[in-house]
Ligand binder design. Structure first.
Ligand code: HEM
Length: 214
């Protein structure tokens, strides 16, 4: 992409964290699924077989958590709720249909992306807490059997919900043409930024000074 005609949207460190985390997520999700149904047991071969998968799953889960903490710290300020988010939800049908509603004036991330952000962060926190409670042989002996049972239930539920959320995330990343550039090269075209995130566009180009001044 011609860099003169583009804007940096996602810095290198955030992109690296995202993709390293995605690789770990794939293996952790596949090994997790392998324990849901006997018919899916073969999936744990992706992590070297049942014993190795059982050992690696929680450690890789911790790596995912740490990358997400980094992403949280870098991105949280763009994902805080704002007054205009309600308007975005009210117009979600049009947005999904590819029609652009000018008065939405979306910032760096739209309200749907913010829901995804907080959903991922909330579910990973639940997975970490419940994962520690059920982590044999290190931590599980510190907890009672009923606590471990609850931990197993919460861990499985949060894992399934996170996988469903991520399926939606991947679908939307490809549905909105040009989005993947934001996480691959890090740059998006000025036109893409103006159309999808006009307020962010004005902020980074400095046009905000002219337009937003009362
Ligand atoms: C093939 C898989 C994936 C693809 C293609 C993908 C694509 C993307 C893209 C394009 C963005 C940037 C959107 C923008 O700048 O507007 C993004 C952001 C993000 N992705 Fe992914 N992603 C994938 C998997 C994952 C997974 C597995 C997770 C977490 C478990 C994840 C967590 C995030 C987070 C937290 C953000 C920041 C969103 C925000 O700040 O609102 N992604 N992803």
């Amino acid at each position: 992409m011609n860099r003169h005609n583009s804007l940096l949207r996602t810095p290198y460190a955030v992109r690296m964290s995202h993709w390293l985390m995605v690789i770990c997520f794939f293996f952790v999700a596949m090994s997790g699924l392998s324990w849901f149904f006997p018919s899916l047991n073969w999936l744990n071969n992706l992590l070297g077989g049942p014993q190795l998968a059982r050992i690696l799953h929680p450690f890789m889960g911790m790596v995912i958590f740490l990358f997400l903490v980094f992403m949280f710290l870098r991105l949280v300020r763009y994902n805080l709720p704002e007054e205009g988010d309600g308007k975005w939800f009210a117009n979600v049908g049009q947005v999904m249909g590819g029609k652009h509603v000018d008065e939405l004036d979306t910032g760096k991330y739209n309200a749907g992306q913010k829901v995804l952000f907080w959903g991922i962060m909330g579910l990973i926190a639940l997975l970490l807490i419940s994962g520690v409670v059920i982590w044999r042989p290190y931590f599980a002996p510190l907890f009672s059997i009923p606590a471990i049972r609850i931990g197993l239930f919460v861990h499985a539920l949060a894992g399934v919900l996170l996988m469903l959320l991520i399926i939606g995330h991947i679908y939307l990343a490809f549905w909105v043409r040009g989005s993947v550039d934001s996480m691959s090269s890090g740059y998006v075209s000025r036109k893409w930024a103006r159309v999808h995130h006009p307020r962010w566009y004005r902020q980074v180009t400095g046009e905000a000074v002219k337009k937003d001044r009362p």
